[in-house]
Design a protein around this ligand. Structure first.
Ligand code: GAP
Length: 451
């Protein structure tokens, strides 16, 4: 993980948030290449889950919402983490994490039971000190909207994008008149005041989610649940994750979130262990029903075929963007030896690599090579918008090393044969570090097949 954090900073993927002021815990800033990687991941998700289907409707809801949304959703009353203090240092920890680290099975444990076990077993803080009482810690960030700072002006930074879809369910019905089943899709920021942000971008206080709320007839929820289980795996394949590193974990009934009747966590083999990457939940009619009751707006659906009116049930695949970035980076990180020298490279899928092709002149002080390389660069830029880099920094060996480190799958070098002989150029493959001599048309064809 240390190597990956260092590479991410050195090469302009991810920096500590507010770094020049000493940072702000649980926040990270994406640089030019990290942003490109993130955008490619989000576009891949949007393509699979929205553009390639006929049953999805996109939404981009406001992050700030009426406080009643969060009362109806159950978050105001129940979105807490179990908190415990080190009595000497006053440092705060997640009680469930400390118990897990102490080898205790915490399945279905209440706050009170955690407190009892910590005391009985004498579980200590990581500094070796005694722990205080386990209590609830509110995870939503609270703010006030407008000039007044009273109960009525309270709002929250959303802890999930999902509610932005439930509150727009009726708008979507009225605008598009979809038949069941249909889904709503959203990509956006979510915020949680995590007690212990940790493991780089794995657990942060500000992150992005890619969520679908898929509305179904309650009789057929299992079919859609299975469909989205497969779609989540297909998406993981799209972004190049190693299938054997993903594990479907059925959540025990006593550990389900308040809205869920069934949940599968997709766990991934991260460097710090097997941890949750994504979730898939059967949210029943919990949310639409709660919002119907609380807002007084009828959120039922009339099925023209069966002439039945009912509140649809909901299947929710929920995917974290930042966890995808971390999984992809840790899976892609590779070391080998090329020409007797140690090499670090990111084996990123060509579908999401921030730079798809880097174009270089063999020598940067030969105008005819630079001019030709610029011409090749312009042609490729039109074919693969936003994914081509012109690189004439340092010698060719250093350029390859740098491109390997940022995961560029292809490097093209324009040399004297290109301009003086046959217009062909070298295409170098990142993973094998081997080269072919090809025309630009052949290169475009072969790269198009890979993305
Ligand atoms: N709407 C359902 C929901 O939000 P969740 O399991 O709490 O469910 C879904 O979150 C996904 O969001 C997780 O699987 C993970 O990918 C991502 N996620 C949750 N908390 C996160 C955090 N603190 N930092 C980064 N990603 C997070």
């Amino acid at each position: 993980m240390e190597e990956i954090i260092a590479l991410a900073k050195r090469r302009g993927f991810i920096y500590q948030g507010s770094e020049i002021y000493g940072g702000l815990a649980g926040t990270w800033d994406y640089g030019h290449l990290g942003l490109a990687l993130k955008n490619n991941i989000k576009n891949t998700w949007w393509k699979r889950f929205v553009l390639d289907r006929d049953d999805m409707y996109g939404v981009d809801a406001a992050i700030l919402m009426n406080q009643n949304v969060w009362k109806a959703s159950g978050h105001v009353a129940g979105f807490f983490d179990p908190l415990v203090d080190d009595v000497k240092t006053n440092k705060r920890y997640r009680a469930d994490h400390l118990l897990l680290e102490a080898g205790v099975d915490i399945k279905g444990m209440s706050l009170k039971e955690m407190d009892v076990v910590i005391k009985e077993k004498g579980v200590k803080s990581p500094e070796g000190n005694a722990l205080g009482d386990v209590r609830q810690f509110k995870m939503m960030f609270t703010t006030h909207v407008g000039a007044n700072q009273d109960e009525d002006s309270v709002s929250y930074l959303r802890p999930e994008t999902a509610q932005g879809m439930f509150v727009n369910f009726k708008n979507t019905l009225d605008s598009f008149h979809p038949k069941l089943p249909f889904g709503m899709a959203q990509i956006g920021k979510a915020f949680r005041n995590e007690i212990a942000p940790r493991d780089f971008i794995f657990r942060t206080r500000e992150f992005e989610q890619m969520e679908i709320e898929y509305f179904v007839n309650p009789n057929s929820w299992e079919e859609s649940f299975e469909h989205f289980r497969q779609q989540v795996h297909a998406f993981a394949d799209d972004v190049g994750l190693t299938p054997s590193k993903i594990h479907d974990v059925e959540i025990a009934p006593e550990d389900l979130a308040h809205y869920s009747k069934r949940t599968i966590d997709f766990e991934f083999d991260f460097p710090m262990g097997q941890k949750e990457l994504y979730g898939l939940a059967y949210r029943t009619d919990f949310d639409l029903k709660s919002h119907s009751d609380a807002s007084g707006t009828d959120l039922s659906f009339f099925d023209e075929e069966t002439k039945e009116r009912f509140i649809p049930h909901c299947i929710e695949p929920s995917l974290g963007v930042d966890r995808t970035v971390l999984a992809v980076l840790t899976d892609a990180y590779s070391e080998d030896e090329v020409g007797g020298e140690k090499r670090v490279y990111l084996k990123l899928s060509p579908k999401i690599a921030p730079v798809l092709i880097a174009v270089s002149p063999l020598l940067k002080n030969k105008p005819q090579l630079v001019e030709k390389a610029r011409e090749v660069y312009s042609i490729l830029k039109k074919e693969f918008p936003g994914r081509i880099m012109f690189d004439d920094n340092g010698n060719i060996g250093k350029r390859y090393r740098r491109q390997d480190e940022i995961g560029t799958p292809y490097c093209i070098t324009v040399d004297f044969d290109t301009v003086e002989k046959d217009q062909t150029m070298t295409l170098r493959y990142r993973d094998s570090a081997t080269q072919d001599r090809l025309s630009i048309e052949q290169i475009i064809d072969s790269v198009k097949k890979a993305i």
